[in-house]
Design a protein around this ligand. Structure first.
Ligand code: NAD
Length: 244
């Protein structure tokens, strides 16, 4: 094992209060592209930040759903990766206190993790923009969205919006996330470019004695602050630790 992996193992064995921040990179092995890496959604054409801005959604819901349909299909059929299962195991062992995720794919839930803050929301709920009614993912909503069609509220006919945070909207659970980061003796970031705020600012709230680890294929703006940085595939790194 490399020195960095040895150090990570040592931190994990000693930690009693681990908090993990996850980004799109933890789910690429599940077949869901991230946004910003060389094989990310933004480089594939057709999708850019505008699509995920709340003003665009309000003004062009049909265009949004047409583009989002295939992505939704991809996300909802994906299965948890080794890394998602690894984190669930650490929670079972009583070591992992909280996962703070930027992801909307629900894969931590699918893996069975209970302590998860989904700071950008999720796709298990749909909210009416007009009357504020909420729906779980019912068959008819699922079918429509997969076909690239706009789901409408059964009560008032308003546009249904997935329960996710678009650019231009407030994130969910930030206060709670900050509190968990403050109590961590080990903070790990898995698969985030650490450029999307406010999540990119969360590591700044860690205790000065906490260890800080970043596992991400590409360099991040916080690499210099971390005790361990490994620029490799997350699953391959975690498999070396042998917890599962
Ligand atoms: P990002 O796209 O900005 O960065 C992802 C990072 O993960 C990249 O730096 C990349 O190098 C790294 N990466 C990719 N695959 C990896 C692997 N197998 N091993 C190690 N590193 C890997 O993602 P972000 O920082 O999470 O922010 C993007 C925003 O887009 C978030 O707000 C999130 O809500 C959203 N998003 C979510 C999903 C999802 O739910 N799965 C997917 C795409 C984007």
């Amino acid at each position: 094992m490399s020195k960095q992996v040895d150090r990570l193992m040592d931190f994990l064995q000693k930690s009693r209060s681990l908090v993990v921040i996850t980004g799109a990179g933890i789910s690429t092995k599940a077949g869901i592209p991230d946004f910003r890496s060389s094989s990310g959604i933004y480089r594939q054409g057709g999708v850019n930040e505008t699509l995920f801005h709340i003003d665009y959604f309000r003004d062009h819901p049909d265009e949004f759903y047409k583009t989002f349909g295939p992505l939704y299909e991809q996300i909802t059929s994906a299965q948890p990766t080794y890394a998602h299962r690894f984190l669930k195991r650490l929670e079972e062992l009583g070591r992992l206190k909280m996962i703070i995720t930027q992801n909307i794919d629900g894969l931590h839930h699918k893996a069975g993790s209970a302590n998860v803050i989904e700071i950008h929301g999720h796709l298990r709920q749909w909210d009416c923009l007009s009357c504020r009614a909420s729906y779980g993912t019912e068959g008819w909503i699922d079918e429509k969205v997969k076909k690239g069609e706009t789901p409408l509220c059964q009560g008032c006919g308003g546009i249904l919006k997935p329960h996710v945070v678009f650019f231009g909207e407030y994130v969910m659970g930030l206060e709670k996330a900050m509190q968990f980061v403050q109590t961590a003796d080990l903070l790990m970031v898995l698969g985030s470019s650490l450029v999307v705020y406010p999540v990119a600012g969360l590591p700044g709230y860690r205790d000065e004695n906490a260890h800080f680890v970043i596992l991400n294929k590409e360099a991040t703006p916080l690499d210099d602050e971390a005790d361990v940085v490994i620029h490799e595939d997350i699953d391959e790194t975690l498999q070396k630790l042998g917890f599962l």
